[in-house]
Design a protein around this ligand. Structure first.
Ligand SMILES: Nc1ncnc2c1ncn2[C@@H]1O[C@H](COP(=O)(O)OP(=O)(O)OP(=O)(O)O)[C@@H](O)[C@H]1O
Ligand SMILES: [Mg+2]
Length: 377
């Protein structure tokens, strides 16, 4: 059992900051995913928690103990690496039992624990093999088993599935969430794969350039992104983002860009903030419309994903992706109507990319740190 708190954690390599002022409170038993693009500092942050990398500033607390300067072995955490890091000359049983041998446990204790963990992970029939005789997925489970025998307070995992093929990755995702439920232990999991994050996390911390951009449940990040960075990082295809003006049309506010003119559902008096904004609309929130649709565009391409299709539609200079169930009633070259509900329109500050609060916010949005409001003069 472990609660991990990061307090102003920073890391510089030379003069280059790679992790900057990260505050995070990972609650006991949580499955927290550190998500972000390549090079944003995920592995560095995880390695600092494991004790494999020193901090340039800040503190790390495990439960209420300051472990910032504690040796890796004395931290009650176990790390699982992408590369598995198995000993090639040792059998699976010896690989799994290694941490217990290093701690001087008896042969009997070791055999019992190894058998126990191996049966949890479906490895019993492979115990006498060497890693070279295992598939990638089996090796990954041995690496996980080796972490499990220590019964750590928290598991730290750095892209553990990235060497697996798509089908095995998907199956292993389900196994990992099941394992997390059974063990009830804190999982801290690094990935750059949004699908892994969305499907496994109880909460996601999205990193951007060494800083935490947003922390929340997968739904909070997807439904209420605090910035254009978050909006564009989650979702496939990502949220449509384009610059627009907020214009008063006969007493009602409209979002207006080249080829786009759609109401916000607000009276003109409601806004006195920035008039140029970045508009965000999720591809699945655009509906192929009727002849009376408010927006019209030309389909430039259709991508068949099997169950769904992605349409690329140009409306003047604005290009929008639309996700719709197959089959769609249009093809490339057709003109089509598009509708969007004003509740599905996200607005961001076009300078800073921060979310603008232009409607009564959902409860969880109320805590958006530096969100400015469209209606603030
Ligand atoms: N030992 C080091 N010395 C100098 N720079 C480093 C060192 N380790 C990492 N970096 C740099 O720090 C930044 C963050 O690296 P890190 O490995 O934490 O990124 P990441 O988010 O895990 O990326 P990826 O998704 O590619 O694994 C990168 O720019 C990397 O080049
Ligand atoms: Mg990494």
């Amino acid at each position: 059992m472990a609660r991990i708190r990061l307090d102003g954690v920073s890391k510089r390599f030379g003069t280059t900051p790679v992790v900057q002022e990260v505050d995070l409170d990972i609650t006991d038993g949580e499955f927290l995913v550190l998500l972000g693009p390549s090079g944003c500092g995920k592995s560095t942050l995880l390695r600092m928690i494991a004790g494999l990398e020193s901090l340039s500033a800040g503190r790390i607390l495990l439960d209420d103990r300051d472990i910032t300067a504690t040796a890796p072995r004395q931290r009650d955490v176990a790390m699982v690496f992408q590369s598995y890091a198995l000993y090639p000359h040792l059998t699976v049983a010896k690989n799994i039992g290694f941490p217990l041998r290093a701690r001087g446990r008896s042969r009997e204790q070791i055999r019992e624990k190894v058998t126990d963990v191996a049966s949890t992970l479906g490895l019993v029939e492979h115990l006498d093999r060497r890693p070279a005789a295992l598939s990638g997925g089996q090796r990954q489970r041995v690496a996980l088993a080796r972490a499990m025998v220590r019964e750590p307070g928290a598991f730290l995992m750095d892209e553990p599935l990235s060497n697996l093929d798509a089908a095995l990755r998907s199956a292993t995702r389900t196994e990992l969430t099941g394992l997390h439920r059974r063990l009830g232990t804190t999982f801290l999991y690094v990935t750059h794969d949004q699908v892994e994050a969305m499907t496994m996390a109880s909460r996601i911390a999205l990193l951007n350039g060494g800083r935490v951009e947003q922390v929340g449940t997968p739904s909070q990040l997807y439904d209420t992104p605090w910035s254009t960075f978050v909006a564009a990082f989650l979702g496939s295809p990502p949220m449509n983002l384009f610059d627009a003006e907020i214009v008063d049309r006969a007493g009602e506010l409209h979002v207006v860009a080249d080829g786009v003119d759609t109401p916000l559902g607000l009276p003109a008096g409601a806004a006195s903030g920035p008039r140029t904004v970045t508009v965000g609309i999720r591809p699945e929130r655009l509906r192929l419309g009727t002849a009376e649709a408010r927006l019209r565009g030309v389909v430039t391409a259709v991508e068949n994903l099997g169950g769904e299709e992605i349409l690329h539609i140009s409306l003047g200079a604005t290009s929008l992706a639309v996700r719709a169930p197959r089959p769609v009633p249009v093809q490339a070259g057709d003109s089509t109507g598009l509708d969007v509900d004003s509740r599905d329109i996200h607005l961001f500050d076009s300078g800073t990319g921060r979310r603008l609060l232009w409607r009564p916010p959902h409860e969880h949005v109320a805590s958006a740190p530096d969100a400015s409001s469209l209606s603030v003069a």
